[in-house]
Design a protein. Sequence first.
Length: 327
Amino acid sequence: MYAYAGLNPPPSLYAAIRAGEAAGVIFFGPNISSLSQIRGVIRSLQRAAASSPVHAPLLMLVDQEGGEVRRLPGAPSLSEKQIGESRDAPALARQAGAGAGKNLAGVGMNVNLAPVLDVFRQPGDFIDQFQRSYGSNPLAVASLGAAFITAQQHVGVAATAKHFPGLGAATQAQNTDLRPVTLHLSLNQLRTVDEAPYRSAIAAGVKLVMTSWAVYPALDPRLPAGLSSKVIQGELRGRLGFRGVTITDGIAAGALERFGTLGQRGVLAAQAGADLILCSAQNVADNSPALGAAVLDAVASSIKHGELGRAAAEQTAARVIALRMNP
């Protein structure tokens, strides 16, 4: 997934799309000045995709969680925490999902990187400080997340459950965007608390799951979740039975500095089972299609040299194209 800085996509992004080298584009606040402006940008990008050899619409992604984390004006206005604390939480979760879907679909976006399914532990922790969690009860988070997903996908915008297997235990200082994070949770805690909402999301038919960049020693003592086949293939696909599209968080995250260049990180993510690699920088001004090109070249080279199996790559391509045709 490609990102770019500013309001207007650069020529290099259009070139990559026409060559069939981009599955989609992620948008941030600085890319959007108005609904009419971003609608026009998306139309021009999709016209470029129509001339590519892939012949499938692009995925147009955005973080439209609600509350403080919204790239577009409008729905959903309430944060997940506000919904979770309300007496009418189920109805509000459904309204938020439907509102997000209609808002995004209205400008041509077809993937929302929401809802957050992290079960927070302490008030003011990493996820709770921006009101990005429905609550500290895994059953409530599961129910409200599934309601959001069902309502949003009903209007044709794919939902993304994140950040698997969960960042709810991260303290305020444990920010994977900035630094490595290790969450020392027992296997029982992970499976009964943090993963519980994902079972409901999968049952609701969620189209995508985003993995976290934290390390979970109970699952893999060495690799962050998004680079770990034990987490993606073993836990998410094997144990929970997810058959949809897996997506990484931003590949430029500070948590991954010890894993080499962006290209090297992308290869590790692909080997672990990531279907989509999000090539965006934490500083939006640093975003450039060159980030995506570097990762694409590295992954293509790894397939050519047998480091990434062709059969696995073809399965990934099939899942992504199916999503592009039917978000």
